[in-house]
Ligand binder design. Structure first.
Ligand SMILES: Nc1nc2c(c(=O)[nH]1)N[C@H]1C(S)=C(S)[C@@H](COP(=O)(O)OP(=O)(O)OC[C@H]3O[C@@H](n4cnc5c(N)ncnc54)[C@H](O)[C@@H]3O)O[C@H]1N2
Ligand code: MOO
Length: 421
């Protein structure tokens, strides 16, 4: 199979997985998942005109000209709390003691906050110190939303705000697609488990952590983390054991053409159908996507940097598709900090930091590229995309940078950088 372009591979990979059937789950269990259907308002909010403040419901015209020296004196006919209903309509000269969220009584058309009024000692009357216009400090029925209006679109990520909105409509469940179950299988004879002693020629196995966390960030439920030697029999055993347990099996290492790179061969011998086998991408070229029975299999290269790119470009969209969504990312135009030569046929993704100077376009400072290096990703803002079809890119040339847009957190004992730093 010839190398697919990155664009073609991203499309082809999606055929390896089906959409999960939606399910209705208790609201809190929907947190972090994606809505499988549009949610419309079942209730008009607010459900009725109500007070936005603690104070007195009045007839606005009766406050005209009121001030501290010449307050408007009104008779207090009753008190209404949130959750209760008024029993009396206001007649000329009347006011109702009212609290935030309580329904407006008939006849009243404004609220005076209690800071602008004072009740007489016996509570029978109130002196109003300011004039108010009709509608003042009233939350109108339907001001926020009317029943039937679309509230949250299908595909929306269920955030805390979404949960709050759904609960405010009286919902107790949400319709979402289940998280794909994922198994991660790391292969390689040189790998040593973290926590055990490692000689200089040995490598700590880090892809299980890396890939499991990336899968979780894509909404997956990672239920198996396994290791296998670079040995066909061991791989066959691990793959046949893990695949039926999950929707997506992700392997790392053994993906290239070395004597011990058996993963693709073993998958093929088990009857896997390949949708992608190598992509014109750097890093990440050996990545493959296949289907084995009902399981999508993503074969990531072993180099942690290459595995990160290949995961991001092919595994993440596949995991998201299962959950019924695709994502778009923000790109910015930036100037290359240095010239770059590349293989003309490949798309390069090079991690970079953005430096905002006094020119319109920020500078994309390329981080040293090495497929094995994960450190280069630690402080990067995104990756510069050097498209296929060209080999040479010059310093200062305008290129696109796809932003990671991870929030930046700062330790509590250090001050965050000021905006103009
Ligand atoms: N003759 C060729 N050689 C290579 C080609 C090629 O086209 N022709 N492709 C290269 C590319 S591109 C990549 S990327 C690598 C990846 O190949 P593999 O997937 O077979 O990876 P391994 O050889 O198993 O490992 C590569 C590297 O990564 C380290 N590694 C592997 N697994 C882990 C892990 N779980 N945790 C941490 N580090 C890991 C491993 O020690 C190696 O250093 O192949 C090129 N070769
Ligand atoms: O995937 Mo490899 O990183 O292109 O060297």
């Amino acid at each position: 199979m010839p190398l697919l372009s990155l664009t073609a591979a991203r499309l082809a990979a999606l055929d390896a997985i089906a959409l999960a059937a939606p399910e209705r789950v208790p609201l809190l269990d929907a947190h972090g998942r994606f809505l499988a259907e549009e949610v419309r308002a079942s209730r008009t909010l607010p459900g009725c005109d109500n007070s936005a403040m603690d104070g007195w419901a009045v007839r606005a015209e009766e406050t005209r000209g009121a001030n501290r020296d010449r307050p408007a004196r009104l008779r207090v006919i009753e008190t209404v709390y949130a959750g209760a209903l008024p029993t009396q309509a206001l007649q000329p000269g009347d006011a109702t003691r009212i609290f935030t969220g309580a329904p407006m009584p008939r006849g009243a058309d404004a609220v005076v906050r209690q800071e602008a009024a004072r009740a007489t000692p016996d509570g029978q009357a109130v002196d109003i110190f300011i004039p108010v216009s009709p509608g003042h400090d009233i939350r109108r029925e339907g001001e926020e939303v009317t029943a039937g209006t679309p509230l949250v679109a299908a595909g929306q990520h269920v955030s805390a705000t979404v949960l709050g909105v759904l609960a405010s409509q009286g919902a107790t469940r949400a319709c979402v697609r289940p998280a794909p179950r994922v198994a991660v299988l790391a292969t390689g004879d040189e790998l040593v488990r973290p926590g055990e002693p490692a000689l200089p020629h040995q490598v700590y196995e880090s892809n299980l952590m890396l890939v499991s966390a990336l899968a979780r960030e894509a909404g997956a439920h990672v239920c198996h983390l396994s290791r296998a030697r670079d040995d066909e029999e061991a791989l066959r055993e691990a793959i046949t054991r893990l695949a039926p347990e999950v929707e997506v099996l992700i392997t790392t290492g053994g993906a290239s053409v070395g004597d011990k790179d058996h993963v693709k061969r073993v998958l093929a011998s088990l009857g896997a159908r390949f949708f992608v086998d190598g992509v014109a991408l750097k890093p990440g070229k050996p990545v493959a996507v296949a289907r084995l029975g009902n399981t999508a299999v993503v074969v990531l290269p072993g180099n942690p940097g290459a595995a990160t790119v290949a995961f991001d470009q092919l595994a993440r969209p596949l995991l998201l598709k299962h959950q019924g969504v695709f994502e778009t990312r923000r790109r910015v135009v930036a100037r290359l900090s240095e010239s770059r030569h590349k293989q003309a046929g490949l798309t390069y993704l090079i991690t970079a930091t953005l430096e905002h100077g006094d020119t319109l376009a920020p500078r994309a400072v390329l981080r040293p590229q090495g497929a094995g290096q994960l450190l280069q990703n630690l402080h990067a803002d995104g990756w510069v995309i050097l498209p296929p079809g060209r080999a040479d890119f010059s310093e200062d040339e305008l290129v696109e940078l796809e932003l990671f847009e991870r929030p930046r957190y700062h330790a509590l004992d250090t001050a965050p950088p000021s905006a103009d730093e």
